[in-house]
Ligand binder design. Structure first.
Ligand SMILES: [Zn+2]
Length: 198
């Protein structure tokens, strides 16, 4: 039997993986990152579905070595060689918001790739590393829209990045307190982004 594709190569995740990892009330150690790309033409955005997918990084290694999803994503974005004559919007749905180091890397990428706009929707705020607030502010200063995932984004991810097997119409099953938690995190994020002190 041939080996299945590597998890990174799969374009859809299974339902339970999504529910376990994007739940905004849980604290899983893995990070999942879903992404989509659009070309911006005037007022219109045109989906570039060949660059739609997800990736993950497991946080098993608690040493100094970084093990986050964003560096993998940056490599992937670089590999697309998006036409510098065109204008793109990349939307990322990430289960944990970027840590300060990853935020720096993303900012660096955006400075070098002015034809790319980035939007980040995070399920939860990753606040385990010092300087995470400054990292989020740096992303905002670099022109990135940073927001918490709301019901709408969870549902979008469910419909676009999750494998529903036989039943494609399986509606997104929200968990208890999804909306309240999202609102609470959004307020917290707003406070972080508005704070001028680093
Ligand atoms: Zn990181």
């Amino acid at each position: 039997m041939a080996a299945g594709p590597a998890p990174e190569a799969r374009s859809l995740m299974d339902e339970q993986t999504f529910l376990d990892n994007f739940n905004n009330l849980k604290y899983p150690r893995k990070t999942y990152l879903c992404y989509k790309v659009e070309r911006l033409v005037g007022e219109n955005s045109i989906p570039v579905d060949e660059y739609k997918g997800f990736l993950r990084k497991e946080g098993a290694d608690m040493g100094l070595e970084r093990c986050h999803a964003e560096p993998i994503f940056l490599e992937r974005m670089a590999s697309w060689n998006l036409d510098t004559e065109l204008h793109y919007r990349i939307t990322v749905f990430i289960s944990w918001s970027p840590c300060p180091d990853c935020a720096d890397e993303l900012v660096k990428f955006l400075r070098e790739n002015r034809h790319v706009n980035l939007r980040i929707f995070a399920a939860r705020i990753y606040d385990y590393l010092q300087g995470y607030e400054a990292g989020l502010r740096a992303l905002k200063a670099a022109g990135t829209d940073v927001a918490m995932m709301t019901f709408q984004e969870f549902e979008y991810c469910w419909n676009n990045f999750v494998d529903h097997q036989q039943d494609e119409d399986t509606p997104f099953p929200p968990w208890d307190n999804l909306v309240a938690r999202s609102e609470e995190l959004s307020q917290r994020l707003e406070g972080i982004l508005q704070n001028q002190e680093d």
